[in-house]
Ligand binder design. Structure first.
Ligand code: ATP
Length: 317
């Protein structure tokens, strides 16, 4: 039986703007997404019984069919019944390094790794865009997690335009262990408070989304200008999460006071990230914030931007 070990990187949002509501109940978004070095490891192997089994080292992660990695395997079983009959069931072991419910797409990147891994395990030979189409059925961030790197995401977040690599930048992440924010709650709160200003006609939605493609942040990314990027990062969801989560605001202010290139909450939070020009600067920021907020509840990581999505670490017969 073959097995694969895959690296599944987390993502941060350099930009997140909520434009309006969609007919399918989701929000119309414009985002700039960035893969980072903090990653889970997914070990995938065929087993002789026809079941899907999930293991994880983090007790916060469900092991049943509410796990996005499990759902990715179920989807592949449904889509490719002949291969499933030939190769049998699947054992998925998640080595979770990405904090859970943190705005870092931990579940989505696990699902992306399972799609990529099963394609290899079952020798399906799917293209990246075929895998991304399958991924979009599981969640809006899954297509990005498959390809990774830096990209503009529109629609629900599943329509991607790749941008040049930014792998010279470093990032410090901070998250209170005891704090989680539900993505659904954050978007619901946003709709309640700001829904009256949503754009509703399709033409205006399209022109607003297309403005980001030629806007100042994307221009700064093309010029690989870390200082400009840091000054232009933006996240609409801060408008609902910061006022209701003072710890997140305090963490953001602590990062800001250290003179970072820029600091922002990622996705629906509560993770806050800060951009740095070098590993040494990132470590200095980490030490300063640790000294300012000396609680064991605050986890901090130093990592860097990465220009890849799901990667195969190893395979075995
Ligand atoms: P996103 O940024 O995509 O909204 P997130 O990073 O905020 O996601 P996740 O880490 O994906 O959040 O976790 C969200 C919820 O999904 C958790 O409460 C968890 O119970 C559930 N979940 C399902 N599968 C997974 C998985 N493989 N890894 C982590 N959480 C998972």
């Amino acid at each position: 039986m073959h097995s694969y070990s895959l690296i599944a990187p987390a993502k941060i949002n350099l930009y997140l703007e909520i434009l309006g509501d969609r007919a399918d109940g989701y929000h119309e978004l414009v985002m700039v997404l960035q893969s980072i070095g903090l990653a889970d490891k997914i070990y995938l192997r065929s087993i002789s019984t026809d079941i899907i089994r999930v293991y994880c080292n983090n007790p916060q992660v469900p092991l049943d069919n509410s796990n996005l990695a499990y759902r990715a395997a179920e989807l592949m079983v449904r889509e490719f019944p002949t291969a499933f009959a030939q190769y049998g069931g699947l054992e998925i072991t998640i080595n979770k390094q990405i904090p859970v419910a943190a705005g870092l797409a931990g579940g989505s990147t696990n699902a992306a790794a399972v799609l990529v891994g099963i394609d290899l395990l079952w020798k399906l030979g799917l293209t990246q865009s075929e895998l991304q189409e399958l991924g979009a059925k599981l969640g809006s961030d899954v297509p990005f997690c498959i390809a990774g790197g830096t990209a503009i995401a529109t629609g629900r977040g599943e329509q991607l335009s790749p941008l040049p690599d930014l792998d010279h930048l470093y990032v410090v992440l901070g998250k209170y262990r005891s704090l989680t924010v539900s993505t659904a709650w954050a978007y619901q709160m946003y709709r309640q408070q700001f829904g009256s200003s949503y754009i509703s006609d399709v033409k205006s939605l399209e022109s607003r989304a297309s403005r980001v493609h030629s806007g100042p942040l994307v221009n700064a990314i093309f010029h690989k200008d870390g200082a400009k990027i840091g000054g232009l990062i933006h996240n609409d969801l801060e408008r609902v999460v910061l006022p209701t989560h003072p710890q997140v605001l305090q963490l953001r202010e602590a990062f800001h006071s250290t003179g970072v290139l820029g600091t922002m909450m990622s996705g629906s939070g509560p993770t806050v990230f800060a951009l740095a020009e070098s590993n040494a600067q990132a470590e200095q920021i980490q030490d300063q914030v640790k000294a300012m907020i000396p609680t064991p509840d605050l986890d901090l990581w130093v990592t860097r931007f990465c220009n890849t999505g799901i990667q195969v670490a190893s395979s075995a017969k």
